[in-house]
Design a binder for this molecule. Structure first.
Ligand SMILES: [Zn+2]
Length: 427
């Protein structure tokens, strides 16, 4: 049988060396040596061949808007939300679409081939919703884009948010979002979790809420989210994003909370780059990190991914669509530096994030969609250390991005002519 593509000689994340055969957009063979004819051969010898990066938490309606109409001077979440409020009336369909498509180009170049983006539904025009539904269609041949209806200004706090969020779902937005900690009272926040979960249950949709994105140890909407998930039979379809208040909660309470989250099969999506810069802003010293309790949740059997959240927008002045940056920051803040923990962090931004989004078709297995990335690294931990070059990105069976090696030429007396920062551990 003739193949469309063979990826030859790469190392898989589990350490196996294998050739990968691709035909009709699917992986058709994973074997030590594939000898068939192929339309194209990608030589991955000595490099890591991994499933694509997946980002389960992003804001594509705001991305690449940094500085419009001004920058966030305090760096806080609340000024970011206020600034986004100033920018919103200035948005046009075309501008949102163009920025989102530009971001998707960056994503593809970094091997990031599935993204869940929240889209603000607190705008009577629902202009960003329309623009991102458009973008979703345009990028479908290479990116799985999932949209979350996100009532950014509060499902109850904003006078038309409820109605507009439901309209957005009617228009085809995939996931139900929320922001309970931004409602006027704790009770309203709790009520919003209940109603939004009921809407998702009625429509058979997934839920992903910004939940307890605060340093307030009393912000406990995750408890309600776990409760509603169980009550409504939504197990495995619900995610709590951020959960930063858990960083500041009392240990005794957390010891009760984690098993409840695990039982309800609610996933957690911390966003390390953003949590580390936004949380703790009201502290002097010691200053809280604000990232949720990642190792403890993993130990409790909770599915935890890592999201990127923001790139060049009212909340974050940096970012490059690189999920290795996200995992790199996440493992530092969570102090997950053992080899096994670091390998897990790599899986979190690939396999786990895909599972959170319900994307069963991704992964390196025969029969799955042929979306892969060739990284200039020997293994996942080295990929993290180097934030490795993406040498070749394959989306749905087609090479969509390529780059050459990052080895630098050297001109030093008595030293080699090139330098390559790859490093084999000696034992
Ligand atoms: Zn967010």
């Amino acid at each position: 049988m003739s193949l469309d593509l063979i990826v030859k000689g790469g190392t898989l994340p589990d350490g196996r060396n294998a050739d990968i055969g691709i035909a009709g957009g699917r992986i058709t063979a994973i074997e030590p040596k594939i000898e068939s004819e192929a339309g194209r051969v990608v030589d991955a010898t000595g490099n890591l061949v991994a499933p694509p990066f997946v980002d389960p938490h992003f804001h594509m309606d705001a991305t690449l808007s940094y500085g419009i109409p001004r920058i966030n001077a305090s760096g806080t979440l609340l000024e970011g939300i206020a600034l986004w409020g100033e920018l919103k009336p200035l948005l046009t369909h075309e501008a949102v679409r163009e920025r989102a498509l530009a971001y998707c180009d960056w994503a593809v170049s970094m091997g990031l081939l599935a993204i869940r983006t929240h889209v603000d539904t607190c705008d009577d025009r629902l202009l960003a919703v329309e623009a991102l539904l458009d973008v979703k269609k345009s990028v479908a041949p290479y990116i799985d884009l999932q949209l979350v209806a996100f009532p950014q200004d509060g499902f109850y706090r904003d006078p038309t948010a409820r109605e507009n969020t439901i309209r957005a779902l009617d228009m085809g937005v995939d996931v139900v979002g929320g922001i309970p900690h931004f409602e006027r009272t704790m009770a309203d926040g709790r009520r919003s979790v209940t109603e939004l979960c009921e809407i998702a249950a009625e429509r058979g949709l997934m839920v992903d809420m910004h939940c307890d994105e605060t340093d307030d140890p009393q912000s406990r909407h995750i408890e309600q989210l776990a409760y509603e998930t169980q009550r409504l039979g939504l197990q495995g379809r619900v995610a709590g994003s951020h959960l930063t208040s858990m960083h500041s909660m009392d240990n005794y309470y957390v010891s009760k909370l984690l098993p409840l989250i695990a039982e309800a099969e609610v996933s957690a999506i911390p966003n390390p780059l953003i949590n580390i810069v936004i949380q703790g802003r009201h502290d002097t010293y010691p200053k809280r990190r604000g990232q949720t309790r990642v190792p403890e949740m993993l130990k409790a059997g909770i599915r935890v991914g890592f999201g990127q959240d923001c790139v060049l927008d009212p909340w974050y002045p940096l970012g490059t669509a690189d999920m290795l940056d996200v995992a790199f920051m996440g493992l530092h803040v969570a102090q997950m530096t053992s080899p096994a923990d670091m390998a897990q962090c790599f899986r979190m931004v690939t396999e786990t994030n895909a599972a959170i989004m319900g994307l069963d078709h991704l992964g390196i297995e025969v029969g799955k969609t042929a979306s892969l990335v060739v990284l200039e690294a020997g293994n996942p931990v080295e990929a993290l250390r180097l934030r490795a070059n993406r040498l070749c990105v394959i989306a749905k069976g087609k090479v969509v991005a390529e780059r050459s090696s990052s080895a630098a030429k050297l001109d030093l007396p008595g030293r080699p002519k090139t330098v390559d920062r790859r490093h084999r551990l000696q034992n």
